[in-house]
Design a protein around this ligand. Structure first.
Ligand code: 4UU
Length: 539
């Protein structure tokens, strides 16, 4: 067996040397981030307008926001929702909330009002930071909301509370003490089954993420990483975008060029205008870059590294990308909300380029591959469910001990719900998904959330939502519906019913009427059977 695999324990260790993590129990993420001093003019840049925030002004802005929150009476462990698209002030308000020892819950601003209300109630949020258009809508739910401008050139009258916060009196109350073990963020994920749940991430998880993912990867390149320019098209309300663009990269002194949303022409313009060197993406963006090259011949010569994660990438697309951009170092990364984005990252050398692999385990991370039938630990070359253990694994699901104990099992192992295998050199391959989660352009959709909305329809007696492969988006949700007898119900009626209640990316895009659903003896819907009858499932 190769040295990174122990056949006795069944544990795969990282091939990278172990990294020492900060041990001080009283360290918080923001103090840790700002212990690295950087001087660049452009910590964060708005891709469209060029507005920017320098490293020198970043910490005072974060401190002002934290002080202002405290003066408003927002205290330790109170939950603050961020309901914003990407903008250069997103990291400022996020770090401000954490600096104040409050807990942040970021959410997709495209979510429906019902979804927002659910997450507000569930997380017990007492304040929402949102765009000016959303303030009234949030206040109608009985929660305080503050309009956050897109950049620092704003009209103080339109953004009165934000203005007051940023210019508020010097701190009245002292800054609350924060421990590494304190909660920092709650993000939503469906985990291996059931409805969406709140993933509780601590300051320690985020500090580990910075050390093991962002700083570690930067240390693998010999050049001065503060000169790197990253394009940020991935939303900061998702773990992947939050970890990199709102937190991790700010520890390196790089420039982060923020895109409100991805658009291929604008991305090409931004890459050329700002000399972007690094571009973290999801598969649909990789496809868009290939099309951009073909359609308008962009050269994107400044790009050094493009990484892809959050969803599977086809061999065909990899070949097209590597063919179109032969000088770019292309890697895949793999992670989860529950592992604070840390798990594996691609690792190319001049002799070894494994583009279809998601790479090597991050330092200090351990894994197991277990047989899905009998739970036995499996050696390299065999596929089974991937389990992860390490300092970035979440504290647990919010107020849900049952789901927590089903997901983090004996000895602190996180069940990923992914089917994977290691090769003999320690590179990991994700082969399939055991869990129900659907991935639409890298965004999670919990089938159980859609089923709950469908089941209350009077014409539906039973329903199961599963995924179908889709060239453009990776997957789309498909509803298998059992109609109440004697009722006429069309596909479009089913879709209208659910789609007006959910964010656009969660829309049911296809309905299949069936007489009954395949179920196990215990009554659990056999989604994999439905899925394979519909052409997905690689194993
Ligand atoms: C096949 O998607 C994420 C986190 C993504 C990420 C990607 C690259 C983080 C760091 C990085 O370097 O989180 P969630 O919680 O939204 O979804 C997690 C699930 C995984 O369990 C797996 O099913 O998303 C899927 N997934 C991938 N699948 C994540 N990355 C990949 C991948 N290939 N590269």
């Amino acid at each position: 067996f190769p040295p990174f695999y122990c056949p006795k324990s069944g544990i795969y260790a990282s091939k990278h040397p172990k990294k020492a993590l900060p041990q001080d129990p009283n360290l918080d993420l923001v103090s840790f981030l700002f212990s690295h001093r950087h001087s660049g003019d452009r910590a964060l840049v708005d891709s469209r307008t060029g507005d920017s925030i320098s490293y020198i002004s970043l910490q005072p802005l974060v401190d002002s926001f934290a002080n202002g929150l405290r003066n408003m009476g927002i205290g330790k462990n109170q939950v603050v929702m961020i309901l914003l698209p990407n903008c250069i002030l997103f990291p400022v308000v996020l770090l401000g909330v954490l600096r104040n020892a409050s807990v942040v819950t970021p959410m997709n601003p495209l979510n429906s009002i019902e979804e927002i209300k659910k997450q507000l109630d569930f997380s017990g949020s007492s304040l929402v930071l949102t765009s000016i258009e959303n303030v009234r809508k949030i206040e109608s739910l009985g929660v305080r909301a503050i309009a956050i401008p897109e950049n620092l050139h704003y009209d103080p009258q339109s953004f009165e509370i934000f203005y007051r916060i940023m210019n508020s009196d010097p701190i009245r109350a002292p800054r609350p003490a924060i421990k590494q073990s304190d909660p920092a963020a709650i993000l939503y994920s469906s985990g291996t089954s059931g409805p969406s749940k709140g993933v509780v991430i601590t300051h320690q998880n985020l500090i580990s993420m910075v050390e093991l993912f962002v700083k570690f990867e930067a240390s693998q390149y010999r050049d001065d990483c503060s000169k790197n320019v990253y394009l940020a098209p991935i939303p900061m309300f998702h773990i992947y975008g939050m970890s990199l663009f709102s937190i991790g990269l700010l520890s390196l002194g790089t420039s982060v060029v923020v895109m409100k949303r991805f658009e291929a022409k604008e991305a090409v313009r931004a890459i050329e205008r700002y000399g972007v060197t690094h571009l973290p993406t999801v598969p649909p963006i990789v496809a868009a870059l290939v099309r951009a090259k073909r359609d308008f011949g962009c050269d994107l010569g400044s790009l050094k590294q493009v990484s892809s994660g959050a969803a599977p990438l086809s061999q065909k697309l990899i070949d097209e990308f590597v063919g179109a951009f032969p000088l770019v170092d292309f890697i895949q990364g793999y992670g989860m909300t529950e592992s604070t984005a840390v798990a594996t990252r691609g690792f190319n050398t001049s002799r070894c380029k494994k583009y279809t692999s998601v790479g090597l385990l991050a330092p200090n991370m351990e894994a197991k591959i277990i047989d899905i039938e009998n739970g036995a630990s499996l050696p390299p070359g065999f596929h089974g469910e991937l389990l992860l253990r390490g300092p970035a694994i979440m504290k647990g699901y919010l107020n849900n001990e049952k789901a927590t104990s089903e997901t983090i099992v004996d000895g602190g192992w996180l069940r990923t719900g992914d089917i994977a295998c290691f090769d003999k050199e320690g590179y990991l391959y994700i082969l399939d998904r055991l869990k129900d989660t659907i991935k639409y352009k890298g965004f999670q959709i919990a089938p159980a959330d859609l089923e709950a909305l469908l089941l209350v329809h009077p014409g539906i007696t039973d329903v199961a939502v599963t995924s179908e492969e889709n060239e453009e988006t990776g997957e789309i949700p498909v509803a298998f519906v059992v109609r109440r007898s004697g009722i006429s119900l069309s596909s479009s009626e089913v879709m209208d019913h659910v789609n007006k209640q959910v964010a656009p990316y969660k829309k049911v895009r296809k309905v299949v009427f069936v007489n009954s659903l395949p179920k196990s003896p215990t009554g659990k819907v056999l989604r994999r059977l439905l899925r394979s009858s519909h052409g997905r499932s690689k194993i």
